[in-house]
Structures are given as C-alpha cells and as structure tokens.
Ligand binder design. Structure first.
Ligand code: SF4
Length: 330
C-alpha cells in the first residue's frame, strides 16, 4: 500500500506478553528485512490474543503497548511500514464474519496447528467457537489489505493454504475481489526455551528481548543442554542440545561449526559454548535496549505511532469493504 508498484506484505503478532527470542528470530527479524522491499502492514493482533486470553482480557491492552515498544525498538520504522492494532480497525471483524459464511467447517477443523496450540496452552480452555475461527480471522486480516505476500514459517504454512482456499472460494462464489496471497517461506528457527521445551511465554522458559544482559547470561548459562553429555569429558551432540538452537539462530555459520566440532570431540565445555551465544545476543540487542529505554520513557509516543498506523490501515480496510459489500449485493 505504500507505493503503487510495491507488493503488499501482511503479517501479525499476538500481544500476549513481551517479545522473546523466538518471536524475534521467527518473525520480527524477517519483518525488518521486508520493510525496505515491500509495502508492509504489520498488525498487533489483539483479537487473536483474545481467542486464548478471553478470561484475562484486561492484560491485552498493556501487552499491546509492550508489543508496540518491542516492534519499534527492534527497528521497524513507521515511515517505511504500517504498524497498527487489529481491534482498532473494526473491518477485520466484519470481513471475518462474511468469510465465515463461505468457509466449510471441515476446512477449519483440519488445521493442524489448532491441536498443537491446544496442547501448548493446555491451561486455557480453547474449545471455543472463536478459537476454531482463528484461521478465518487470519484470512480476513490478510485479505482486508489485499495482501500479496505473507511471510510464514513452515509450521504456519497450513494456515496460509487455508487462507488461499477461502480467498479462491469467495472470489468464485461472490465476486473477484481479492488477490490470492502468496506464501513467502521464511527462516523461522524453532528455538528451545531454558527447560528444553519450545520457547514460549506459557511455559515460563523464555528469554525476553527486554531482559537485561545479566538476566540473559543467567538464563542461558543454566539452560538445558544435551542430557547425554554428563561430564565435561563426554562428547556431546549439538543436534540434541536445546541450547544450541540459540546458536543456530544467532551465531554465524563458521563459528557455529567450530563449536559443534568442539562439542562432538569434548573439546569445549558447555559454559564456554553458551558464552559465545550469550555475548552475541547481548551485542545484537544493544541498539534494541537503547531504543526501548527511550520508548519506555515516552509511551504516549508509541500510542501516537500506533494511532497513525490505525488510521492508515482503516483507510485501506474501508475501501476493501466497500468492494466486498458491493460484490455481495449489499
Ligand atoms: S557444548 Fe554446546 S552444543 Fe554441546 S552440549 Fe554443551 S551447550 Fe550444547
């Protein structure tokens, strides 16, 4: 939407807590590299957060501000991309409703991540109509901006495939309104958390971008490693080491290969190995910490930027909905 010739990229992130390394490596870092090439529209998807946090809805506003700070502090630039809050653009709800009319029930029931998320968030009751409709709302998010490109990791590919199917069905049954969004498969390393399970706020095992250097050091230096490597003299296997998922995401290849060799030959101890990634992370996040400190002092500025993003998103969303209603004959 930024310029006539540039393709539109759409992506969203759930405000359910401060951003952690998994969010950074899996989404934010890709968003950063895309903002220079495309007309990017990035949404803080508050209604998606509500689908799992509906019993705790009052935390979402605070997390929205927190996510706004995180996105701006990692380097997203409101002069290059639109950053907005989903629930401030009501057209998302309208298009979600309309798309739900044409979406066959088995299509949403077969989405594999539905079961995965239920497992990950097992302390939450996700047996709701809203949660089942999550991928349809995602489809509405994309189509509302006529998104051409959606960056996704492999684990999200099924969602985008569904969005493309819903898009084709709407265009065929109601009228040709939407371009079919294309998938941009991005590198989204699956980071382990400190306990070895997938890094997730719900597991309490995350390393947050806003963690001060000493907390990053403490969390990673005590992180689970290859459990078969009991003594310093035992050779280890990086592929079986949760801590090494961080190396895979943040340490350049040559250094990583050397560490992997050192691990397999018992030439390096775990603490020395982890120190490499700890120092790399602290250095990488230095500019982030500086910007974050400024935004934290001035949250009003964050809301101003989000409000401006909401205004720009609304403009596009309204024009699309005019076309949708006309196609429906309303
Ligand atoms: S040396 Fe590194 S890769 Fe090997 S087990 Fe220890 S932390 Fe993991």
């Amino acid at each position: 939407m930024n310029s006539a010739n540039r393709k539109t990229v759409f992506s969203g992130i759930r405000p359910t807590g401060p951003a952690h390394l998994g969010n950074y490596a899996g989404a934010m870092r890709n968003w950063l590299s895309l903002q220079d090439k495309y007309g990017c529209i990035y949404s803080i998807v508050t209604w998606h957060a509500l689908s799992s946090e509906y019993q705790n809805s009052k935390i979402i506003k605070g997390y929205t501000e927190e996510m706004g700070i995180d996105l701006l502090s990692v380097g997203l630039d409101p002069a290059k991309c639109v950053i907005f809050v989903q629930s401030e653009v009501k057209e998302h709800a309208e298009l979600h409703l309309l798309l739900s009319m044409v979406t066959p029930l088995p299509w949403v029931e077969r989405v594999p991540t539905f079961k995965d998320m239920q497992k990950e968030l097992e302390d939450k009751d996700l047996n709701t109509y809203g949660y089942l409709g999550y991928p349809v709302l995602q489809t509405a998010d994309i189509l509302l901006y006529k998104g051409d490109i959606v960056p996704v990791g492999e684990d999200q590919a099924a969602h985008l495939e569904l969005a493309r199917e819903i898009c084709r069905r709407f265009n065929r049954m109601i009228g040709e309104v939407f371009p079919e969004p294309q998938m941009l498969l991005t590198e989204t390393p699956r980071l382990a958390g400190t306990d070895g399970r997938k890094m997730s706020k719900s597991f309490g095992n995350a390393v947050y971008l806003k963690d001060p250097p000493e907390v990053i050091r403490q969390k990673i230096s005590t992180m689970v490693t290859d459990t078969k490597r009991k003594r310093r003299s035992d050779p280890g296997e990086p592929a079986a080491c949760p801590a090494f998922t961080l190396h895979a995401a943040f340490v350049e290849q040559a250094a990583r290969e050397e560490l992997a060799r050192g691990c397999r030959t018992a030439g390096i101890g775990c603490l020395a190995c982890k120190t490499v990634v700890i120092e790399r992370l602290i250095e990488t996040l230095e500019p982030y910490r500086e910007k974050r400190a400024e935004f934290e002092k001035n949250p009003a500025r964050v809301w101003e930027i989000l409000d401006e993003g909401n205004r720009r998103a609304r403009e596009v969303a309204r024009a699309t909905m005019d076309e949708v209603r006309a196609a429906l004959g309303f």
